[in-house]
Design a protein around this ligand. Structure first.
Ligand SMILES: NC(=O)c1ccc[n+]([C@@H]2O[C@H](COP(=O)([O-])OP(=O)(O)OC[C@H]3O[C@@H](n4cnc5c(N)ncnc54)[C@H](OP(=O)(O)O)[C@@H]3O)[C@@H](O)[C@H]2O)c1
Length: 257
């Protein structure tokens, strides 16, 4: 097992009620961090994440609800974070949705589906980064890890807004890495392929599951814990030179040059 030390660090993880975000929250807590478990709808699942987490030495973990598609809700969440955390050391922009946008949809549905995906996957991370990065700059530094996707590079024929939102998230992270470097804020991006979570569950079953596994020369897709390890690696002290990097986590299922 890879071990990390986040003693005394305050961490914000979006989408920590389930999947990758939950694995990140648990791993960060095991390593000593105090964590905000963000969720949108699943209060019970967020409570379960909290139950699974080791307690920090000072304070305790807490959960907050916010729809990341709503800039006002993000602002309210940040006000609550300010009451709990003196400063934020690490922000993990992980929450996301994977909804279909078919070219044969009617136009209103197509436009709504695009807007929703861009609002959650891109603008949610953009606006939360705006608020948290300003605080990091004031407090002397911090680390931001964005969870993107292989789809940003490989294309998403049935989920084009998802691929576009993640490609834009990559560009956003790289722009911020340059902008914030003088203020000791590093920004990293992960691009996982399929990961065993609720988001991928239906695709990993039956015939589609078999077809997906054929893309993976190692015969398996990633676990949420493997992605969480990579988040923790970038969020650790000593990886500052990797700022601006986009790390593929796809089991060599898609190699980009
Ligand atoms: N699973 C994969 O195969 C895969 C592959 C590549 C990249 N990724 C990326 O990894 C990240 C995590 O995915 P996952 O597989 O762990 O997903 P997941 O199991 O479906 O969990 C999604 C999380 O995002 C939250 N969320 C959904 N809509 C939201 C909204 N409007 N506002 C705020 N939070 C919202 C959910 O909160 P509630 O529980 O409250 O609904 C939940 O915590 C995503 O960015 C995804 O694109 C996943």
């Amino acid at each position: 097992m890879v071990s990390f030390d986040f003693s005394g660090k305050n961490v914000v993880v979006t989408g920590a009620s389930r999947g990758i975000g939950r694995a990140v929250a648990i791993k960060m807590a095991e390593a000593g961090a105090r964590v905000l478990v963000h969720f949108q709808k699943n209060k019970k699942a967020a409570a379960e994440t909290l139950r699974l987490m080791s307690q920090p030495k000072r304070g305790s973990h807490f959960a907050l609800r916010a729809d990341l598609a709503d800039p006002a809700a993000i602002r309210e969440m940040v006000d609550e974070i300010d009451k709990e955390f003196e400063k934020v050391d690490i922000l993990v922009n992980n929450a996301g949705i994977f909804e279909p946008q078919a070219i044969d949809m009617n136009f209103d549905d197509w436009a709504d589906a695009w807007q929703n995906t861009i609002n959650v996957n891109l603008m949610g991370a953009v606006h939360l980064t705006y608020h948290i990065a300003r605080r990091m700059v004031k407090s002397g530094g911090g680390k931001i890890v964005n969870v993107s996707s292989r789809g940003a590079f490989r294309g998403e024929p049935d989920h084009p807004a998802y691929g576009a939102s993640k490609a834009a998230l990559n560009a956003f992270g790289q722009s911020m890495a340059v902008k914030l470097a003088p203020d000791n804020v590093q920004v990293f991006t992960l691009a996982p392929g399929f990961v065993e979570t609720d988001m991928a569950e239906d695709f990993l079953k039956g015939d589609t599951g078999e077809a997906i596994l054929k893309q993976y020369p190692g015969g398996k897709v990633a676990s949420p814990e493997e992605v969480a390890n990579a988040v923790c690696y970038f969020a650790s002290q000593g990886q500052e030179m990797a700022s601006g990097a986009i790390l593929d986590l796809n089991g060599a299922s898609y190699l980009r040059s």
